[in-house]
Design a protein around this ligand. Structure first.
Ligand code: PLP
Length: 360
């Protein structure tokens, strides 16, 4: 087996311990005589898996009792519809900060159902920073206030959350979930597609405050209604059973590492190694405002498209793969999610130094 260091933005690396455990249990889970993939979602064995996964989310993220934890399908993108349909029925209005493509897509989708107040945007500088917010631009009667907390494509992250008072704060945490400690009680709703930091594509984790459930618009499809999934413990229909199982293994792995706070320490260390190098390099430059830098997605450029392409090609040969930047940004991007070990980042920086000395 020869595994590479995979810097993909998503689907992305999973811990090798998780893959090995899944391999061990692939053909028979416990003494069930079957694979998790072949199991009824109503079976006792599966019940233990999904309930165990939920308990671990609650434990690892410190989810308060008045929040539901849901495992849904449709990816992060379906939440762009579910959120306005379920949370926007009262005043039919929300506030959104546009910090990149994912927030923009969420805004476009919300506009199909409700009035959207674009509070601020960082489009003027290719989303390379998080805009400073002026509270006087917030709607007093918004049903919710929406942010994308970590911007996977551009590599920015909110280091201070907007103060929205009584208006529920809704955050897309697809690319930074469980990478740093978060106070769930500060949010009305959090969601994350699994394929960045939690597991395989196909599951979306939603954490939603109970009082925000059950107010859906009449047109809401049954499968897009949080109440249906909450009342049925995510077993209204067949959930993405195998994906939830892998997620549970990832949660167990996080716990074995000492939990989210310990992972955050490692993630800060990893990001520091890379940013410190970028700040001192004569060839590579980080593209993001320093105070808004993401711990998970690190975009950088050489300033020459030719050299960027050469770097991507040569790094791949060295076993450092998927470093090409997003198609809309160009350059490079290293995604260093929870499963990327420090050694991967050290190897990357060593390679960058070598490349710099040969090409600067
Ligand atoms: C990847 C991503 C999405 C989209 O997720 P899908 O599961 O592909 O729909 C949404 N938001 C953020 C921040 C992402 O990184």
């Amino acid at each position: 087996m020869s595994r590479v260091y995979n810097f993909s933005a998503g689907p992305s690396m999973l811990p090798i311990e998780v893959l090995k455990k899944a391999q061990e249990e692939m053909c028979e889970y416990g003494s069930s005589g079957m694979s998790v993939m072949e199991m009824s979602h109503r079976s006792k064995d599966y019940e233990e898996i999904i309930q165990g996964a939920e308990a671990l989310v609650r434990e690892l993220m410190g989810v308060p009792d008045n929040y539901k934890v849901l495992f849904l399908q449709g990816g992060g993108s379906s939440q762009f519809t579910m959120i306005p349909m379920n949370l926007g029925s009262k005043n039919k209005k929300c506030d959104i900060v546009v910090t990149g493509q994912w927030a923009k897509k969420a805004m476009q989708e919300a506009k199909r159902y409700i009035t959207v107040n674009e509070v601020a945007s960082s489009a003027d500088k290719t989303f390379s920073y998080i805009p400073k917010l002026d509270k006087s631009t917030f709607s007093k009667d918004a049903d919710y206030f929406y942010i994308c907390m970590n911007n996977t494509i551009y590599g920015t992250k909110y280091n201070t959350l907007p103060d929205t008072g009584d208006i529920p704060l809704v955050a897309d945490i697809s690319s930074n979930v469980m990478s740093e400690v978060m106070d769930v009680s500060k949010f009305g709703l959090l969601f994350a597609g699994a394929q960045k930091n939690l597991g395989p594509a196909g599951v979306t984790l939603v954490i939603v405050r109970e009082d925000l459930i059950g107010n859906e618009m009449d047109i809401t499809p049954t499968m897009f209604n949080y109440k249906i999934h909450a009342d049925n413990n995510s077993l209204y229909n067949t959930p993405p059973t195998y994906g939830i199982y892998i997620m549970k293994l990832v949660f167990e792995w996080i716990k074995s590492k000492g939990g989210v706070a310990e992972l955050e320490k490692i993630n800060r260390e990893k990001a520091k190694i890379l940013y410190d190098y970028l700040d001192n390099s004569k060839l590579f430059v980080g593209t993001v405002a320093k105070e808004d830098r993401s711990l998970m997605n690190v975009p950088f450029v050489t300033g020459s498209e030719e050299l960027d392409a050469k770097f991507v090609a040569e790094s791949k040969k060295a076993g450092l793969v998927n470093l090409k930047g997003h198609r809309t940004v160009g350059g490079m991007r290293a995604s260093i999610y929870n499963a990327m070990p420090i050694e991967g980042v050290v190897k990357l920086v060593e390679f960058m130094k070598k490349f710099e000395s040969e090409n600067a």
